[in-house]
Design a protein around this ligand. Structure first.
Ligand code: FAD
Length: 142
């Protein structure tokens, strides 16, 4: 068993608009199904927070592709670990806009009203994404 989970944060490029996001999600869902990768992507006006799950090789190769993508920058790994089961296995890439994130949930994981994933411990970034997936379960595009 070589299942791993990787969580990273990055800053949106100034020209990363709604059309760019649609292309990213289209590519993600098309490619991830073939690669056996699942996960969740949260987008705020300032950052992307993404979790990738899959085989060690598939996750590492995809991460190398993602960090070279000019639609974002300052890509930092928050958490990388081996897992025994997937937590986002229902989604080739679930998506949640941070606009939809409940203020109470944000405050659970943040010392300020604005979430800053760069300042979050890896475990907190993981727990935040799990809570997000649970609260938006019915409404996460696969
Ligand atoms: P295609 O799907 O064939 O490309 C589709 C369209 O996107 C084309 O119009 C192409 O011009 C455009 N495009 C592709 N790459 C770029 C680029 N680097 N810059 C501008 N336009 C581009 N990919 C995944 O496969 N899985 C993921 O989970 C994933 N998550 C991502 C998360 C973030 C925050 C970002 C920024 C990117 C993510 N990507 C993901 C995209 C990844 O970086 C590659 O762009 C993608 O894997 C290329 O797929 P493809 O070769 O099949 O391109």
């Amino acid at each position: 068993m070589d299942l791993v989970q990787l969580i990273y944060v990055s800053r949106l490029s100034p020209d990363c608009d709604a059309e760019s996001l649609k292309k990213i999600l289209d590519s993600s869902r098309k490619n991830n199904r073939k690669l056996g990768i699942t996960g969740i992507l949260c987008r705020d006006k300032r950052f992307f927070l993404q979790c990738l799950e899959g085989s060690r090789a598939a996750v590492n190769h995809l991460y190398a592709t993602i960090i070279a993508d000019k639609r974002h920058s300052d890509v930092i790994i928050l958490c990388y670990r081996e897992i025994v089961r997937r937590e986002f296995g229902a989604w080739s890439m679930a998506f949640v806009s941070a606009k939809k994130v409940d203020k109470v949930l944000t405050l659970q994981y943040s010392s300020t009203p604005e979430l800053d994933p760069y300042a979050m411990p890896g475990q907190a970034s993981h727990d935040f994404l799990v809570d997000l997936a649970n609260s938006w379960k019915g409404d996460l595009e696969a």
